[in-house]
Write a protein that binds this ligand. Sequence first.
Ligand SMILES: NC(=O)C1=CN([C@@H]2O[C@H](COP(=O)(O)OP(=O)(O)OC[C@H]3O[C@@H](n4cnc5c(N)ncnc54)[C@H](OP(=O)(O)O)[C@@H]3O)[C@@H](O)[C@H]2O)C=CC1
Ligand SMILES: Nc1nc(=O)c2c([nH]1)NC[C@@H]1CN(c3ccc(C(=O)N[C@@H](CCC(=O)O)C(=O)O)cc3)C=[N+]21
Length: 296
Amino acid sequence: MTAKRIDGKAAGLALREQVAVAAAEFQARTGRAPGLATVLVGEDPASSVYVRSKGKATAEAGMESFAHHLPADTSEEALLDLVVLLNNDDRVDGILVQLPLPPHMDSSRVIAAIDPAKDVDGFHPVNAGRLATGLDALVPCTPLGCLHLLKNELGSLSGKDAVVIGRSNIVGKPMAMLLIGESATVTVAHSRTRDLPDVVRRADIVVAAVGRPEMIRGDWIKPGAVVIDVGINRVAAADEGKTRLVGDVAFGEAAEVASAITPVPGGVGPMTIAMLLRNTLVAAHRRAGLADPEGL
Ligand SMILES: NC(=O)C1=CN([C@@H]2O[C@H](COP(=O)(O)OP(=O)(O)OC[C@H]3O[C@@H](n4cnc5c(N)ncnc54)[C@H](OP(=O)(O)O)[C@@H]3O)[C@@H](O)[C@H]2O)C=CC1
Ligand SMILES: Nc1nc(=O)c2c([nH]1)NC[C@@H]1CN(c3ccc(C(=O)N[C@@H](CCC(=O)O)C(=O)O)cc3)C=[N+]21
């Protein structure tokens, strides 16, 4: 391996410590801690793990956590009622409705019901539009975490060739918007892209958000490129009956060619949680009429 392993766990912890300091200052000024409400519908095991770790990280940052768990057969109307209740609760600065929702629910309707000022996932069309037009927005946590790691690594991204693989509203599209904002030259690839390996070979920066285990091979990577692997894929481990997490990039191969690369786990995932706390802190400041916390 020649590439530097980008330590997202350490970067996430450092960010969480900064958020904790600023959250304590917010509490001293306003008399209350920033608050994050999470809503989990159903029993998906992976979702339950994520929501629990978000609750723990929230408390560790000195923020208030309001965890709501609804049964899988909850009606969409009942979920929308809860969202309205959280919109109107002054202790709640951030609302996160864990995705995916059960199939009988329309997630875009639910997202649209969240007060954009409390939309710490940055999924509401108002926030997506604000990001796309260069206004102050709440920006999706995962792309924001990727950008933080890229800037740590490269400083300026101006003029770099960036390829984002994936065009979801949650990762690929907002990632592309952020990279455009940093003056990178951005290509967005997806399942209809012709000759993906060749497209990726042009990139100084590769962000992979596909959801296909180890799809991106080492010989697709331009020597010296920085590779950010968003993929979280659970696959069978060598040990019978056990599973392990892998990214969308064949890590071992790519690490022979890249200058720096994020591992899975320990790369983008921990940054997502840190950015969720950061967004909650920012939302709290804006809702309280305070200037954005500095350096976050
Ligand atoms: N680390 C973290 O914090 C997070 C990790 N993730 C992970 O990131 C990955 C992507 O998530 P998400 O964006 O929500 O996924 P989606 O399934 O919504 O989007 C996947 C994208 O990949 C594209 N794609 C699928 N197959 C190919 C292919 N063969 N070649 C090129 N492009 C392809 C799809 O193209 P098309 O649009 O044409 O269908 C689509 O745009 C998942 O592994 C997910 O678990 C997600 C969120 C947070
Ligand atoms: N409304 C909503 N917002 C989200 O941000 C959201 C969501 N729904 N649904 C699911 C995806 C996925 N996601 C992850 C967060 C952290 C890790 C993470 O911390 N991963 C650890 C490993 C965790 C493990 O071991 O399972 C790591 O990569 O090191 C992963 C994935 C947020 N998502």
